[in-house]
Design a protein around this ligand. Sequence first.
Ligand code: HDE
Length: 761
Amino acid sequence: SENPVKGIKDKVVDTLRGDGQADGGIPGRPGAESPEVAEPTEPRPPLPPKPDQEAPAAVSPTGRPTEADPTARAQGGPYLTTAQGNRLYDTDHSLKAGERGPVLLQDHHLREKITHFDHERIPERVVHARGAAAHGVFQSYGTAANVTKAAFLQRDAETPVFVRFSTVLGSRGSADTVRDTRGFATKFYTGEGVFDLVGNNIPVFFIQDAIKFPDVVHAAKPHPDREIPQAQSAHDTFWDFVTLHTEATFHTMWNMSDRGIPRSFRMMEGFGVHTFRLVDAEGATTLAKFHWKPKLGVHSLVWEEAQLIGGTDPDFHRRDLADAIEAGAYPQWELGIQTFPDTPEQTFQGIDLLDPTNIVPEELAPVQPVGQLTLNANPSNFFAETEQVAFHPGHLVPGIDITDDPLLAGRLFSYLDTQITRLGGPNFAQIPVNRPHAPVNDMLRDGMHQTAVHTGVAPYRPNSLDGGCPFVAGTGGSAGTGDHAYVEAPVRIPEATKSRTAPTSFADHFTQPRMFWLSLSPVEREHLVAAYTFELGKCYEQAVKERGLRVLANIDPELCAQVAAGLGLPAPEATVPIVAVDPSPALSQVGETWPLDGRVIGVVTDGSTDLDGLRTVRDAVFSAGMVPLVIAPTGGKLDPDGEPVTVQRSFATARSVEYDAVLVAGAPAPAPDAYGARDAKAGEPGADGSVDPRVLLMLAEAFRHGKAIGGWAGAEAALQAAGVPTNAPGVVTAQTGSDALQQITGRLTKHRVWERFASRV
Ligand code: HDE
């Protein structure tokens, strides 16, 4: 498939070479292309949206296209007005009785401005409050056509989509890189109505029954007395719950693995979690699980990076997604399905398909690709789109049906209910981002925030006054063969007695966690041990720590022993037999090689050493579809009188966590603003051969985080001063910058220099 970055590379290089690149910006962001930002001059209409902000065409609730409607109300005309379109001459002063006198209640503009402001916020989502989203397109391969009649999954079908990624626990303003599950929710605007695939980046869930959702969320959210900690699972109530309620063990384990701290939304898998039921054109059914596979591979941060980014750039994932799309490096995923025969037992090789704490290993049921998702446009307005989008697992199209997973059942209730509070009433489907791209004729009327002007007198059935309209779809004779949604496959329900119980097949909470542990590479196991040790170590209650170890003992004695050692506690014995289980190699993130599209290479310079070499490196990074980040002692331009090189980061604004690998030219002396460098003269090597402390920090961190490091033009001195052994794996020094780049690129395709991490397990 074609590399999306390469297509736009020339444009990006031009941007970088042009004069428009602002200091501190990343290459690829508009600058040269957007009109110069002028000081205010004369009235003109509002700026049009940026090219990548075009949202898919929306359809009004009455079915009329709104796209080309010039009378659409938001932002028109060059002059400031009230909400009623009355032109204003001043918006900086309240109306007062005299210059120093009291403010007058009759000032309509003041009252309207403040009142509207007072109501700008809506309740944040009760979970998944913090998110980032993008528009895109889904292209179907047609390979699912033999198992589902869903029109958007037929050959060559193209469907506009809106995807929102999120963290679960934090509030709207929390940090992106916290250890947490990530939401991965996709709205397909199909010709048959909306289909929402509301998934996560982790394929299992904490609970098997929706009735436990308030419990797990109350336990995981901040403590109710002090409202701390924010966006963290490393606290007593979370661990209290997940260790008492052992069906949470597998999900918790995914959270503690590297999956809990993704490198980027672009490098995450997505999972529908539940088993769904697909229906074909003849009414035959197949059970299926949905998977999103990122084209760039699944990659994670290391824990220290995640913590540093939480402070240096809390918007890291949001920025990464928006920047990539703006630069034309469109993120892509393949949608795949695992399929299983729809037998009355609803199990596959002994795995209960209705238990959302189970996966079906890919080795047993391969993920079959059915289409490709490309995110190609940023939202134009965060609130209107990302905040107001409303997903619902019950938004289904013909050919996709639900199963009796008790977790899914509760979700089908919850998502509609929650929008009524969050979006202020039952008419949220009329908000542009939520509008179907299929005709809507629903007989739902009135209510808060009704914006449709419905006509006619007969929103009821049966009627004769409207000629019997609207009509219901034909069922096509036998169940499953009509063209309507909610096919309701004729599933037989065995004779049963009402009971508040779970089947015994839901009772094994440790076999799949053990499979996960056995499937990880040594370095991933090391990370898992470190995460458990950190999180349990942050708990205050001894009983919680000890119970945590008892759960781990039932997964694997080695895992338990390592965490116990870190906590300074004895390792308990297992209380259930440890069963033999085959590993699932697909669960490991380490070992393969992946495309480098959009990877960021830091290029550190003292501002004068081998600038020709620097330019060559920068261009070579682009040619490889990656992004160079030129880091110099101060902002501005290098070689301003020659062939200027724009500086993206100064030593003061750069931090290693922004890039995937680093190249250093020479050994940059302390810049004047470096701590403790007041005596050093700018641009001159420190009298003692010293190197700027911020460069040393960058190199030491990059080394610690397993990043490839290359140097040229005397960089050995900098590496040595930073404590980076020049003969360590993934550290190279070369004659030229290009050689150094070439040698580290191979390392990058593996994401990190894995050999650098110590491994005890
Ligand atoms: Fe959600 N979940 N959830 N959830 N969920 C919400 O809906 C809920 C579950 C997921 O970007 C809420 O509109 C219950 C599993 C995502 O807007 C709420 C249960 C999975 C998003 C809700 C679950 C998810 C939500 C809050 C247990 C993965 C964000 C705001 C039965 C398959 C969607 C909202 C977005 C959001 C309820 C479990 C994914 C309260 C009751 C399992 C990605 O309705």
